[in-house]
Design a protein around this ligand. Structure first.
Ligand code: MLT
Length: 404
């Protein structure tokens, strides 16, 4: 008889956002007359920018002619896109990252789940608490965690670094040394950020202890304040300890189009072994590359036209963030995030648990958000709203919450 990967059986229930979708579907079926506003999952609502659509159309036409047709994409991504990324996202910010250290993929969710494969199962991981659930769940699947304690809602063999209002949502260096450290800034779910000095302390720590940092910068386009780093490679020494994950979903609306990339510097080594070689081997073996037309669409993100259009799109969502932030503050809520990120993190009122507040908002205001405890035990008593809705829906949702 074959055997299954029993690590999967350790996972409780279903993925957070699948759970929420099921609850909302049940409510909607029971209350067909209610108009639900969804500010739960961080999915964008604005259409792709015109420069991206033009580029897609041109690429689709190329696929219809034998002279310009493309089959399998190069494993690591087309040169035109990797060069555009290296120039715009890194060289122009003073970061030393070359095009051949960039691996184009179909998104940061997959990369953040897959990257753990190149590390031994013997590594202990450290995660912020609350945290994007993919980092933890994929390590559970790989067998890198112990068992789940339903009382504390934590896994054994995982280092949790609480990020709450008490420490300004900045994790402290752990007492026990991890092998792999996951950091995400601007943060999902709290919408808060880290200063360059604080990030530098993490880079110094990782280099000193021989740990690797997996830095998720999916939300960097939402940074409005000068002091906030866009990339971990702005820190000295990051080339020897950090992998960076980036997405086109949030900065350019590619949640349904799928495109992202991972940076693995060639200086990042375990003994003599370059992690770059391992990730290249993995990519070449398991992946046939993001589609040509999508990579051409990604290239348009870096055109002058594309940049101008996307700046407007980010501003649109950040206006929503301000509406939520200010509206809830006026209504007496304790609110965080929303200044350099499209997420607003609020304290639930009247000592309600995160899920109690979820049910209350859904029933009384017909607004969907995400319960903070779904991101980890330190998220209990908090709640996340996203700024990715339409302006009209966002303003209406805030009015409904204010009226409660
Ligand atoms: C979220 O809502 O936390 C994220 O948008 C989900 C994702 O990016 O996979």
């Amino acid at each position: 008889m074959f055997k299954i990967n029993e690590n999967y059986l350790k996972l409780p229930g279903s993925y957070l956002f699948s759970n929420i979708a099921k609850k909302v579907a049940a409510f909607s079926e029971a209350n067909p007359d209610k108009e639900i506003i969804r500010l739960g999952i961080g999915d964008v609502t604005q259409p792709l920018a015109p420069a991206i659509i033009d580029s897609l159309h041109r690429a689709v036409d190329e696929m219809g002619s034998a002279e310009t047709f493309r089959g399998y994409a190069p494993d690591l991504g087309y040169e035109f896109l990797r060069s555009a990324i290296a120039k715009n996202d890194y060289a122009e910010r003073g970061c030393d990252i070359s095009a051949d250290e960039i691996f184009v993929s179909d998104g940061a969710k997959c990369d953040s789940g897959n990257i753990q494969e190149i590390f031994s199962v013997d590594n202990k991981i450290a995660v912020c608490d609350p945290v994007y659930p993919v980092y933890v769940d994929t390590n559970v699947m790989a067998g890198r965690t112990g068992i789940y304690d339903t009382g504390t809602e934590t896994w054994s063999n995982v280092i949790y670094m609480p990020c709450t209002a008490e420490n300004d949502f900045v994790p402290e260096l752990p007492e026990e040394t991890p092998g792999i450290i996951y950091l995400c800034f601007p943060n999902n779910p709290t919408g808060t950020t880290i200063t360059k000095e604080q990030l530098q302390a993490w880079v110094d720590y990782a280099n000193k202890e021989g740990a690797v940092i997996i830095f998720d910068a999916a939300y960097e386009a939402y940074i409005m304040e000068e002091s906030v780093p866009h990339s971990i490679y702005e820190c000295e020494g990051a080339r020897t300890c950090a992998i960076e994950l980036r997405s086109f979903s949030k900065n350019a609306g590619f949640t349904g189009t799928r495109l992202g990339f991972t940076v693995v510097p060639k200086d990042l080594k375990c003994g003599d072994v370059m992690l770059h070689s391992l990730w290249a081997r993995r990519h070449g073996t398991k992946y046939n590359g993001a589609p040509y037309i999508i990579q051409r669409a990604g290239e348009a993100v870096y055109s002058e036209e594309g940049k101008a259009q996307l700046k407007e799109q980010v501003a649109y969502y950040m206006k929503n963030a301000a509406v939520i932030y200010e509206g809830l503050k006026d209504a007496g809520y304790d609110v965080f995030g929303g200044v350099n990120a499209p997420y607003i993190w609020l304290k639930t009122p009247d000592k309600m648990t995160s899920w109690e507040f979820f049910d209350y908002l859904l029933e009384k205001a017909n607004v969907v958000g995400t319960p903070g405890s779904g991101f980890g035990p330190s998220g209990e008593g908090y709640f996340r709203l996203t700024a990715f809705g339409s302006y009209e829906n966002t303003a209406a949702a805030v009015e409904r919450i204010k009226r409660l």
